[in-house]
Write a protein that binds this ligand. Structure first.
Ligand code: SF4
Ligand code: SF4
Length: 235
């Protein structure tokens, strides 16, 4: 119902499925019927997504957002005709950009996996209202996007500190933490969506989860060494 409901994941999925262009139509800005003003969220999402598309080598013109009322059928028709022609001129996705099909798939999947992290890092900007059209292009800068991807945070459980309390594994939204009773917990980096919940959830007295930026994550402790030796039971 609301353009604010259009998640970047939907847009990326469309491109992943070979869609050549994505159009999002929202109500006129500042004319939202609700206090949410979701169309501003949609606008920010598109501005960010277009910069991310540039970052992965896709032409950002393949994504467009416009605002109009439901009574403006003529504007809608003109907009769609115009966008349709532009997308046709851009050609099939990936081909014009000279990106191999598998490479494009892997780039889009990599970004999709990082979306929860991106939304946390860019939360404030994504929720703001950009009133002035002149600000659109520079709202998210190339440097900012470079930094966003070069400073991606990873999470790691220090096996010497983990007390197998299982709190992180219960809270992880991606089922990325492998643990169990009296087992030192480890993070499956392939499943981790970098939401930071485990970092927040690990009790401070254990402080077993660490944030790692710009360095490789140490390999997980081998499975046969994960049984926790509790100090109180040692003689
Ligand atoms: S950051 Fe932690 S809680 Fe979030 S998905 Fe990764 S392992 Fe799970
Ligand atoms: S919350 Fe901390 S101590 Fe508890 S299992 Fe997770 S990493 Fe280990």
């Amino acid at each position: 119902m609301c353009s604010g409901r259009v998640d970047m994941k939907f847009v990326l999925r469309a491109f992943l499925n070979g869609t050549d262009g994505v159009f999002i139509g929202g109500c006129r800005l500042n004319e939202c019927n609700y206090i949410t003003h979701g169309n501003f969220h949609a606008l920010n999402m598109v501005l960010l997504c277009r910069k991310i598309m540039e970052h992965i080598g896709l032409n950002p013109e393949r994504l467009r957002i416009d605002f109009m009322s439901s009574g403006e059928g003529n504007i809608f028709a003109e907009t769609m005709n115009d966008f349709g022609k532009k997308v046709e001129a851009l050609g099939p996705i990936g081909i014009t950009e000279e990106i191999d099909k598998d490479e494009l798939k892997s780039r889009i999947e990599e970004v999709t996996k990082l979306l929860p992290y991106i939304k946390i890092v860019k939360k404030e900007k994504l929720e703001s209202r950009v009133e002035n059209k002149e600000e659109y292009d520079g709202y998210f800068t190339r440097d900012e996007i470079e930094k966003l991807f070069s400073e991606v945070v990873s999470y790691y459980i220090d096996p010497d500190k983990c007390q197998a309390c299982m709190i992180c594994a219960r809270r992880c939204p991606a089922e990325a933490i492998v643990g169990g009773k009296n087992r030192i917990h480890v993070i499956d980096q392939d499943k981790c969506i970098k939401c930071g919940t485990c970092f927040e959830a690990c009790p401070p007295r254990f402080g077993a989860v660490t944030e790692i930026t710009g360095e490789p994550v140490p390999p997980p402790i081998p499975e046969d060494q994960r049984m926790l030796a509790r100090k109180s039971k040692k003689k």
